[in-house]
Design a protein around this ligand. Structure first.
Ligand code: 3H9
Length: 696
């Protein structure tokens, strides 16, 4: 089947890329384009060429699966672009849908560009860890100026066809009849005679030569640990400093090195993992989901308020229930403050804020939620209270209503069994702050119907979340895996490291904050209380909460009290290492009979990350997570795992399963039962397989 079609229309050769779903440059597409251009060049009846995309889009770029893995000898995107630019007959790109990455690069190598006003044009390569690599960093600055090009290439965000016309990226934007108009335009340009303009021959406009250094500074925080954004700047800088041929050679060289980097491999993995999460057994394309017109949230604490905002943001009117009027007033005031802060940052209009606020109705009577289609319970994390709440909701809610629990740890199967509608009960585990964090674990109970699960995933997506299906277990995918991470961080400090050592190693790895700074931010008292309630269940294993308990006993709850694992100056969130905490830590080590020792960075990293991998392997083996990629998406969106490491399971593949397994066995021998190696890890180490292979 041909991926590129060629036909003649009114004396113009029409090259139509036909490679659904997004017309990516798969193997065969560049060849097809080159053959079509050759046919047009050889045909005396053809005066000009139009390149367009068939179906819903122009071209979404290089085939990401093939990046850095193109078959030897097969013509590639760069070849097609060269032939296109060298054509003596004018070539016009007719753009609708998306012209992204290599798609836009091809369009910029055409002599002219016509676009629909609503098309999306951009260079998103940085999001998959590479700079544009088929001339994008050289041609885009020549069309729109260095500053705009840098903005587009560094953000990866597309602009509309109408905006593209405004900045000189396209010659015209049209509302309809794109291909007909492009054909007419091409014939007109041919009639006016050549030579036809080539972007490579233009000068680059730079208003401020200091822009490159300024950009490097500006992205420092965001790009921590990543090379791709800097590679993008370097390439655009080359466009300014070097003649076109040298500049593009530089771009190719930088791209070719970067595309083979672990960073690019990690981001490519996440691109596909993000799309895989929607593939859930039992949920086919033909599944009929329910119409959700009204939501309800039970419990107006911080979580409940955030969840109510999610409904409002998704355009779904919601009732927010709490028993206490004061609590409800506080919640509504907090919600309003939250929206107002978004408005003040220019990210929401005043009118949109009003609309969203109007969608949230505080209610004091549980009966008021009877009309809701989707109810989310967000009361205290206590089984008895949850069971009682669900029994009451079951009696009040309309029969077809879905009732979800926002529990972080509890057994949702038991909660479902407290109702007479177990097929309509499941878990929706939001992350705090619930209106900000993108992760949503959707907990699939034994009894929930496929239709209800699909509806819930749809509601999550409407809320702008990344919904990942998890099976039922203590802590679900994410929190279950987090336990080992926090436990080892605490033990490392008892054994000889300081909180700032552990945090530094993990922020150097790429986490935005280390575990101790995060604990201070969240408040140490929450964990303290829960340890006091559940400590008895910890049996004879080594207890990881001693230092945290001591801090709390002294009233050091973290940032909110000005001291925790660090101290904080008034009004500042910057953690400052504290000599008193260090003394306390040493005291605890001595009390526990631990002789403190120097712990190197490598041990800190492996002690914190490998339990996550080990538990992840158990989660996968037990079927709690559907794929290793799902686990990576959970850790990326819920726990700040650095994207350029690809998530814990991808990182494990990168390090090598066998070497991680050996380390886990070693720690198991030295430190205790909680390092029990996952049977899956053992099997994979023996068989020499990877999580990526398991997912494929
Ligand atoms: C590049 O161009 C490098 C060059 O500079 C230099 C080269 C030398 N490749 O997202 P969707 C698949 S790098 C392969 O669900 P939407 C996707 O996996 C590229 N596959 O649809 C999915 O498959 P499945 C720069 C791709 O409507 C299906 O298509 N370009 C590619 O929500 C539908 O995708 C980009 O980074 C691809 N390029 O969004 C653009 N694109 O159904 C990446 C999509 O099996 N793409 N697929 O799960 C996108 O941003 C979105 O797909 C797009 C459509 C906005 C186009």
């Amino acid at each position: 089947m041909s991926l590129v079609k060629y036909e003649k229309r009114d004396g113009v050769g029409l090259v139509l890329v036909d490679n659904p779903p997004v017309n990516a440059f798969s193997v065969g597409v560049p060849r097809g384009i080159m053959e079509s251009l050759a046919a047009a060049a050889a045909d005396p009846d053809v005066s000009a060429v139009v390149v367009a995309g068939s179906g819903r889009t122009f071209i979404a770029g290089a085939d990401i699966k093939r990046l850095g893995a193109w078959p030897e000898g097969e013509p590639n995107l760069r070849d097609a672009i060269e032939v296109c630019e060298a054509s003596e007959k004018p070539v016009v790109a007719a753009i609708h849908g998306h012209a992204l990455g290599g798609g836009l690069e091809l369009a910029m190598a055409c002599h002219y560009r016509v676009s629909t006003a609503d098309a999306r044009l951009g260079q998103p390569e940085v999001k998959i860890g590479v700079p544009p690599g088929a001339g994008g960093t050289q041609r885009l600055p020549r069309l729109v100026g260095a500053a705009k090009a840098l903005e587009m290439i560094l953000s990866g965000a597309p602009i509309s066809g109408a905006q593209a016309a405004g900045v000189g990226l396209v010659d015209r934007a049209v509302e309809r009849d794109l291909v007909d108009k492009a054909v007419a335009f091409a014939a007109e340009r041919a009639a006016s005679g050549g030579p036809h303009p080539r972007v490579r021959d233009r000068e680059v406009r730079v208003d401020d030569p200091g822009i490159f250094d300024a950009m490097r500074k500006q992205i420092e925080r965001r790009a921590r640990g990543m090379r791709a954004p800097y590679a993008c700047i370097e390439c655009v800088e080359a466009a300014v400093q070097l003649p076109f041929d040298e500049g593009i050679a530089r771009e190719y060289e930088i791209f070719d090195a970067q595309v083979r980097s672990p960073e690019a491999a990690a981001l490519r993995h996440l691109f596909f993992a993000e799309r895989q999460i929607a593939r859930v057994p039992g949920i086919g394309k033909d599944i009929v989901t329910r119409d959700i017109r009204e939501g309800a949230v039970i419990g107006a604490g911080t979580m409940g308020s955030g969840i109510a905002m999610n409904f409002a943001n998704a355009g779904i009117p919601v009732k927010l229930f709490d028993l206490g009027g004061e609590q409800l007033d506080r919640a509504m005031a907090a919600i309003e403050r939250n929206y107002a802060s978004t408005v003040s940052k220019g990210r929401l209009s005043e009118a949109a804020m009003r609309e969203r606020l109007e969608r949230i109705t505080p209610v004091l009577e549980l009966e008021a939620v009877a009309s809701a289609d989707f109810v989310i319970e967000a009361v205290f994390e206590e089984m008895a209270l949850k069971l009682d709440t669900f029994a009451r909701l079951d009696a009040i809610c309309k029969p077809e209503a879905i009732i979800a629990s926002n529990t972080s740890y509890l057994d949702v199967n038991r909660i479902a069994a407290a109702t007479g509608r177990a097929s309509q009960v499941l878990g929706t585990h939001f992350f705090s702050p619930a209106n900000v964090m993108r992760l949503l674990e959707v907990v699939r109970t034994d009894s929930v119907s496929d239709e209800v699960l699909a509806t819930t995933l749809g509601v999550g997506r409407r809320m702008g979340k990344v919904p990942v299906v998890s099976g039922v277990c203590h802590g679900f995918i994410g929190n279950r895996m987090l336990e080992g991470y926090l436990r080892e961080a605490a033990f490392l400090v008892e054994e000889g490291a300081l909180p700032q050592d552990v945090d530094r190693v993990l922020t150097d790895f790429g986490f935005p904050m280390g575990p101790f700074a995060v604990s201070d931010l969240a408040g140490l008292d929450i964990g303290w209380r829960s340890r006091r309630d559940h400590h008895a269940a910890e049996d004879e294993r080594r207890y990881s909460g001693t230092i945290g308990d001591r801090l709390c006993e002294r009233g050091c709850f973290g940032q909110k009290t000005g001291s925790g694992y660090y101290r904080y100056e008034a009004g500042s969130r910057a953690p400052i290492p504290s000599p008193e905490v260090e003394a306390l830590i040493k005291e605890v080590s001595a009390e526990l009979g631990i002789e403190r020792r120097a712990i190197d960075d490598e041990e800190i990293l492996s002690r914190c990350i490998y339990p996550v991998v080990n538990e992840g392997a158990k989660v996968l083996d037990e079927g709690i997570a559907l794929r290793a990629g799902d686990i990576d998406i959970v850790w990326l969106n819920g726990y700040g795992f650095p994207a350029h490491r690809g998530g814990p399971m991808h990182y494990a593949d990168h390090v090598g399963i066998a070497s991680i397994y050996r380390r886990v066995c070693d720690y198991h021998e030295r430190h205790g039962a909680w390092w029990q190696p996952a049977p899956l890890l053992e099997r994979m180490a023996r068989e020499g397989t990877t999580f990526a292979e398991r997912d494929a």
